[in-house]
Structure formats: C-alpha cells, structure tokens
Design a protein around this ligand. Sequence first.
Ligand code: COA
Length: 185
Amino acid sequence: MFAIPLGDDKAELRPLEVWQDEEFLAHMDRARELVDPWIPFASFATDRESARDLLRRYAEKQAADTGRLYGIWLDGTLVGGVLFRIFDTASGNCEIGVWLEPAAQGRGLITRAAERLIDWAVYERGMHRVEWDASAANTKSIAVAKRLGMTRDGVIRQNYLYRGVRHDSEIWSVLAPEWKARAGR
Ligand SMILES: CC(C)(COP(=O)(O)OP(=O)(O)OC[C@H]1O[C@@H](n2cnc3c(N)ncnc32)[C@H](O)[C@@H]1OP(=O)(O)O)[C@@H](O)C(=O)NCCC(=O)NCCS
C-alpha cells in the first residue's frame, strides 16, 4: 500500500519515513560510492541517529509543506529516492533532488520517479516551475534533466564548493505549461 508502480512490476515509489531509518542507512551505505562524488546527501546519514535525523528533517518539511522525500524500491529493496529539496507554494517554485545506489542505475527508475513528482507538483499542487540543479560535470544527472524535457536555464560559474573544489552549477527547469504540453499527455 502507499506505493506507486514505476513502469514495471518490480519497482515502486513509496514514502520513506523515520521508522525506516535502519533500512535507509543500509541503503545509504550501498549508495555512498555513487553519491559522494557529487552531493553531500549520503554523508548526512552515516549512522542510525544521523539517518533518522535526515528522515525527520524531511518529515518536518512535509508537515510544513516545504519539501518531501520518497524512496524507490526494486524487488523489495530500497535502492534510491527522489525528493523536493525546496517546495515553495507561495512562489510556485520547487526543486527536485535524486539519488540511487549503483545496482539500480541505468534502468530509468529516476526519470520515471521524477515524472511522478513533477506530475504531482504541476497537476495536483499547481506549481509553476520545477528546477533541477547539478554540477556541470555530473553528466548522469544532467542526462535525467534532458530526458525530462527540461530546459537549461544557465550556468552559475564556480558557485558549488564541494570537498574543496569549486564546480559550475547547471540550472535546468520545466515550467507548468511546458510539462502539460509534453507529447503523449
Ligand atoms: C543521477 C542518477 C540518479 C542518474 O541515474 P540513472 O540510472 O542514470 O538515471 P535513470 O534512473 O533515469 O536511468 C537512465 C539510464 O537508464 C537507461 N534506461 C534503461 N531503461 C530505461 C527506461 N525505460 N527509461 C529511461 N531510461 C532507461 C537510460 O538509457 C540511462 O542510461 P545511460 O545514462 O547509460 O544512457 C545517478 O547517477 C546517481 O544517483 N548519481 C549520484 C547522485 C547524484 O548525482 N544525484 C543528482 C545530484 S544533482
């Protein structure tokens, strides 16, 4: 229950909540090698307590309607997730973040999960702009933004200081009228 199928009978998008801290930590331990080079997300969850804190922060965001977090399960194993890092109903702007563990890469799971989030943001919540921010070197992430039909708004030069290195950030987005006009919808 509370699960959305992700294109086949093996993958599901489900809420990921505080009580799942142990499962989340085990998944983060599998995901670190893929996630750590790009974003600090996995480094926020390094033991039961910090994993729980991260999930609690998103539960609090959800309660305040300022963010959300969902997990992706493949064959019953938590393998990744998607989130609204920012969800600002006053301005109609939100930002999506994503991650996977290596075993789940290359199946289209993130693209399909992000589609569900954008559908919800645009059709149910009336959001106007869905944003995707990635290091310019993160070609896998930028490929997802392209598959989602997003437009590259621009580059913020060297604004992302991560592990002592300054990266260019690419900002991609899709606007509600563009999302609604997508072919096949
Ligand atoms: C970014 C990240 C989530 C992308 O993962 P991904 O598996 O490439 O993305 P998707 O789940 O959308 O899958 C797309 C891949 O599956 C393939 N694929 C297979 N079946 C597919 C389908 N039915 N639909 C779409 N793509 C499919 C695509 O060809 C693509 O592979 P390719 O890049 O080799 O061409 C992953 O690399 C990751 O977790 N990186 C670390 C964390 C991170 O950088 N997060 C983003 C920060 S901005």
